[in-house]
Write a protein that binds this ligand. Structure first.
Ligand code: PEP
Ligand code: MN
Length: 357
């Protein structure tokens, strides 16, 4: 339930509402950072009739869309700021959610300091904005390389330090995956953005834990999740008061013989759907969705045409020798071409895409 306060509402009015919320045993937080004050009541379910708060002093409007991702909805944005567009998330020197697509690039997995620094330098040169690199890898087989984080905590920390140093050296914020709650504090110490992988989209406890670090979170869509379900899980992060959420479409389970050709099915229609529903920026990962380097260029262009605010792309100087996901990695030279085309496409379609807001 969202309770929007009148512009002249006093602190007393706000505490009046909060007292009633608390007396009902519910959790709520007040957001004053925007133009208007909005009180978000979490978990109200069917317990309170929707007109319960309307008569309280200072209350302007009560919106109760049961079981809906209210906190990340366009309605919330309208109530809190009077605006209808998406938010921009600033991470150091990079803004995610503007017209120019933000490029997150780097190796699937950090394999060594040299490998990471070489790729970091190359992707920076190609025009990438944010450096990616997996340290705790989600893998389908226990026998494959699990990422340097798997060995022990000190190796994990050493690799995280390399990522931090590479980001600092090449002036790029860094992003890496947090695979479990026990890794949250360690990863948050070194990474600017915390990535929740597709397999963990449903892990409520992990979502709450990353949200509480107050760092920006990149949430990937589970390959079996509908768009609504995806947004419902993003709401868990927002419900901890952290709205710095970047959504990532990375492909869904293919139908029939679909994966004879691609690893997953890239659901590009999810991009405008998400942009219509929420004010959060949305990016696309053409690497994991296709599993094929020969499709990265075309799918990146298509993603930006569909309104993606950015891309996450795996890059390696020698994809054949990558320990993980070489088949879908491109070189930095190829990345440069992708970025050039995507910038041109975004200039062409920006006006149309803004209409999605
Ligand atoms: C990744 O980005 O490293 C990754 C494992 O992606 P996903 O969670 O989308 O499979
Ligand atoms: Mn990968």
């Amino acid at each position: 339930m969202l309770i929007s306060m009148k512009s002249g509402a006093t602190d007393n009015d706000i505490s009046g509402v909060m007292n009633v919320v608390q007396s009902l045993g519910l959790r709520a937080f007040v957001s004053k950072e925007d133009k208007y004050t909005v009180i978000s009541v979490i978990g109200s379910g069917t317990k309170i009739p929707s007109n319960y708060f309307t008569s309280l002093s200072g209350v302007n409007e009560v919106v109760d869309q049961e079981n809906v991702y209210e906190l990340i909805s366009k309605k919330y944005r309208k109530l809190s700021s009077g605006l209808s567009g998406n938010i921009e998330i600033t991470v150091n020197n990079v803004v995610i959610g503007e017209d120019t697509p933000v490029i997150m690039a780097g190796p699937c997995a950090v394999e060594s300091r040299d490998q990471l620094f070489r790729i970091a330098g190359e992707v920076k040169e190609a025009g990438a904005h944010i450096l990616r690199g997996g340290i705790f890898k989600p893998r389908s087989s226990v026998h494959s390389f699990q990422g340097l984080g798997a060995s022990d905590r000190s190796k994990a920390e050493e690799a995280l330090k390399w990522l931090r140093e590479a980001g600092d050296e090449f002036c790029m914020p860094v992003i890496t995956e947090v695979r479990g709650e026990s890794q949250v504090d360690l990863v948050a110490e070194y990474s600017d953005i915390l990535q929740i992988g597709a397999r963990n989209m449903y892990d409520q406890d992990l979502l709450v834990a990353v949200a509480r670090t107050k760092k920006p979170v990149l949430l990937k869509r589970h390959f079996g999740a509908g768009v609504k379900e995806f947004l419902n899980f993003a709401e868990y992060i927002a419900a901890e008061g952290n709205k710095n959420i970047i959504l990532c479409e990375r492909g869904i389970v293919p139908v029939g013989k679909g994966n004879d050709f691609t690893r997953y099915t890239l659901d590009l229609a999810a991009v405008p759907a998400i942009r219509t529903e929420t004010y959060l920026p949305v990016i696309v990962d053409p690497s994991h969705s296709t599993g094929r380097r020969d499709m990265i260029y075309s799918m990146s262009c298509a993603a930006v045409a569909a309104g993606a605010h950015g891309l996450m792309i795996e890059v390696h100087y020698n994809p054949e020798e990558a320990l993980v996901d070489g088949a879908q990695a491109i070189t930095a030279d190829e990345l440069k071409k992708v970025i050039k085309a995507c910038n041109e496409i975004s200039r062409m379609v920006n006006e149309e895409n803004r209409a999605l807001n």
